[in-house]
Design a protein around this ligand. Structure first.
Ligand code: AP5
Length: 210
């Protein structure tokens, strides 16, 4: 099953993709995570991507398409995958269509007003990447429940950068809703509901029993 998770920054793509990936036994492919790892490793791609990510802008299509093209050839993708954060522009969607056929696009719909709060309160484990919101934590110094490592705020989750990311989403990524609607594979889910309700709705949409 080849699935895309679409939605604005903070819609819950990563949160849900992690859970659905574990339930279906297929990999979650997050271009954001791949790019952040490249930045941490100071690779050529990472050095190129950093200034775009810090400014809340999209990394050039050619860079991201090459990353995904290579990732989809790996053996763990043989039975399907969840693309989290890709495609993000019409040229990326067109490039993907030439590589693989997609079964479903899950579009998490959340009003902008919720997103700034979600992102400015997000904390991420530096080791395993698990995501939390400050409202879930007892105090600011809580460790990761999964691996006991430190939780940090992503640099691009500062309020000013979040607003740039939302503007970029509306200008460059939102047109993909119409793109996939036309293909007849778009499923929009209200992403402002509880995490469990959204998870159940995604499994139902994908025809998977909880
Ligand atoms: P990326 O890492 O993909 O960031 P994003 O799309 O902006 O998405 P986020 O990770 O911010 O949000 P999410 O939807 O995964 O939400 P999450 O589950 O974490 O990309 C970062 C950057 O990399 C981009 O800006 C760009 O520069 C570059 N990039 C990446 N892909 C690219 C591409 N294809 N092309 C070009 N450039 C690319 O949840 C957010 C918070 O909300 C958490 O705290 C969570 O606990 C909370 N939450 C989740 N669900 C709920 C709920 N239902 N109710 C309440 N709170 C919730």
């Amino acid at each position: 099953m080849n699935v895309i998770f679409l939605g604005p920054p903070g819609a819950g793509k990563g949160t849900q993709a992690q859970r659905v990936s574990a339930a279906l036994g297929i990999p979650q492919i997050s271009t954001g995570d791949i790019l952040r790892r490249a930045i941490a490793d100071k690779t050529k791609t990472g050095l190129e991507a950093k200034s775009y990510i810090d400014a809340g802008q999209l990394v050039p299509d050619s860079v991201v398409i090459a990353i995904v093209e290579e990732r989809l050839t790996m053996p763990d993708c043989a039975n399907g995958y969840i693309l989290d954060g890709f495609p993000r522009t019409v040229p990326q969607a067109e490039a993907l269509a030439k590589l693989q056929s997609i079964d479903s696009v899950i579009n998490l719909d959340v009003p902008d007003a919720h997103l700034v709060n979600r992102l400015s309160g997000r904390r991420v484990c530096i080791k395993c990447g698990a995501t939390y919101h400050v409202s879930m934590l007892k105090d600011g110094a809580d460790p990761c429940v999964a691996c006991n490592d430190k939780l940090v705020q992503r640099d691009d989750d500062k309020e000013e950068t979040v607003r740039s990311r939302l503007a970029v989403y509306h200008a460059q990524t939102a047109p993909l809703v119409a793109f996939y609607e036309k293909e007849g594979i778009l499923h929009t889910i209200d992403g402002a509901q509880s995490m469990d309700t959204i998870y159940d709705a995604i499994l139902k949409t994908l025809g998977v029993k909880p």
